[in-house]
Design a protein around this ligand. Structure first.
Ligand code: PMP
Length: 429
């Protein structure tokens, strides 16, 4: 793993306490002292446009979230073995965003906890242990999830009961015929993966995917592929788990959940990151039958989950989304931003593709060298110097990831596009 170097006395103190391995963005990491809406301010009073962070979903320091949390903190915040109103009210609201069959939920504290629990439920429910995940993905930091991780470095051996399948990127195809062939070929690999799990006696307990395929570099596999994939998993007796940690809560614009971008409904849904706008809260949503079955054999207890303060934050997030119509904003601003970024392709050969949905946009870049990741890294650093923050993902680390808080407007989008235009002039030399 990359080591952080001591670029300031504060970074040195961090290294001297938590070590040099906990990752930081940028060669000279930013010390952020305040943040509001889509703006972050560093210790030198410099303001940065946040086009990256999805945890402050309804904006940094959102006043409604702050007030809800402050009020809840001064009322009651006890552990989950007492009845308090907020978690119940929140659960009713959250479940109203799901198809009728997905009518129960577990509260947890993070995306990792949600996926860990979903894996347990799936394997107990199906009596199988095999897992299908997408190649170069990340679903969390528990031991079980580390054994399924291919998208970042972990010491754990990849689980013998798991198969990583390559997600096709269909829009890059030159014709419908080529797209059909790529989907058919990708589905043949799924058949092979399932056959090998069956041959080795694991069977298929679940398919665990992030519908935005974020870590993978945001390929768009097409609805036909996802349909075929889920059909095969179901035919093998497995469950489809949609990990909405990245793609959920209107991130992808037109839909509340990433899985809705494709046809099949999931059997289990997990979520975290944006749910509490910065307070730790996550969930597993599932049908009552599966909850009954799991709960009849397991007492699942989670001290902090189901407490009032994170639920107050999560409720305020839904209030803000409703009152400011942030899903529409995500869709409309995102669509226009996507088009504006695609237009930059006329001026900059290095942009290979622009894809995405809502305020979740991938800009794939390459300078034709053997190290497109280094090129993308230079772009990120220059963008920071121009006051705009975004990330990068993908197997080659060359996909610029634009994923701002949903309060991002056209005005912010224009700043981002202008900065990228200028930065590409600089780095293309
Ligand atoms: N699933 C996905 C798709 C993620 O991107 C992440 C975090 N990046 C997680 C799960 C884990 O979430 P957390 O860090 O909150 O445990």
């Amino acid at each position: 793993p990359n080591r952080v170097t001591a670029t300031s006395p504060l970074v040195k103190r961090r290294i001297d306490t938590i070590g040099p391995y906990s990752p930081l963005f940028y060669r000279k990491p930013l010390e952020i002292v305040s943040a509001q809406g889509v703006w972050m301010v560093d210790s030198k009073h410099r303001r940065y446009l946040d086009a990256y962070n999805n945890v402050p979903h309804v904006g940094h320091s959102n006043p409604r979230v702050r007030e809800a949390v402050t009020k809840a903190l001064s009322e009651v915040n006890v552990n989950s073995r007492y009845i308090t109103r907020k978690p119940i009210e929140y659960a009713e609201r959250l479940l109203s965003f799901f198809p009728d069959e997905l009518d129960r939920m577990f509260f947890v504290n993070s995306g990792s906890e949600a996926n860990e629990l979903a894996l347990r439920i799936a394997s107990q429910s199906t009596h199988h242990t095999g897992v299908l995940i997408s190649d170069f993905s990340y679903h969390g930091n528990t031991t079980a999830l580390a054994r399924l991780t291919t998208g970042l470095e972990v010491a754990e051996d990849f689980a013998p009961y798991a198969r990583a399948i390559r997600i096709p990127d269909v829009p890059q195809c030159s014709s419908d015929g080529q797209a059909d062939e790529i989907v058919a070929q990708a589905l043949r690999s799924v058949d092979e993966a399932i056959a090998s799990l069956n041959d080795e006696g694991y069977g298929v307990s679940c398919l665990l995917i992030d519908p935005s395929f974020s870590t993978e570099g945001m390929p768009y596999p097409s609805a036909a592929y996802i349909q075929g994939l889920v059909e095969r998993v179901h035919a093998a007796g497995g469950l489809y788990i949609a990990d909405e940690v990245q793609s959920g809560f209107g991130r992808m614009g037109s839909t509340m959940w990433g899985f809705e971008q494709y046809a099949p409904e999931p059997d289990l849904v997990t979520m975290g990151k944006p749910m509490g706008n910065g307070l730790p809260i996550g969930a597993v949503v599932l049908p009552n039958g599966r909850l009954e079955e799991f709960a009849s054999r397991n007492q699942y207890f989670n001290t902090f989950a189901t407490s009032a303060v994170p639920c107050a934050a999560a409720s305020a997030v839904l209030d803000e989304m409703r009152d400011n119509d942030l899903r529409t904003q995500s869709f409309e601003v995102g669509t226009r931003l996507n088009a504006a970024l695609a237009q930059l392709q006329d001026r900059h050969q290095c942009i290979r593709s622009v894809r995405g949905s809502g305020l979740y946009i991938a800009v794939e870049v390459s300078d034709d060298s053997d190290a497109p990741g280094d090129f993308a890294g230079r772009i990120c650093e220059h963008m920071k110097d121009h006051g705009v923050l975004h990330g990068r993902v993908g197997r080659l680390d060359n996909v610029l990831k634009v994923r701002p808080p949903l309060v991002f407007t056209d005005e912010h989008a224009a700043l981002l596009v202008a900065a990228l235009d200028q930065v590409l002039d600089e780095v293309e030399g």
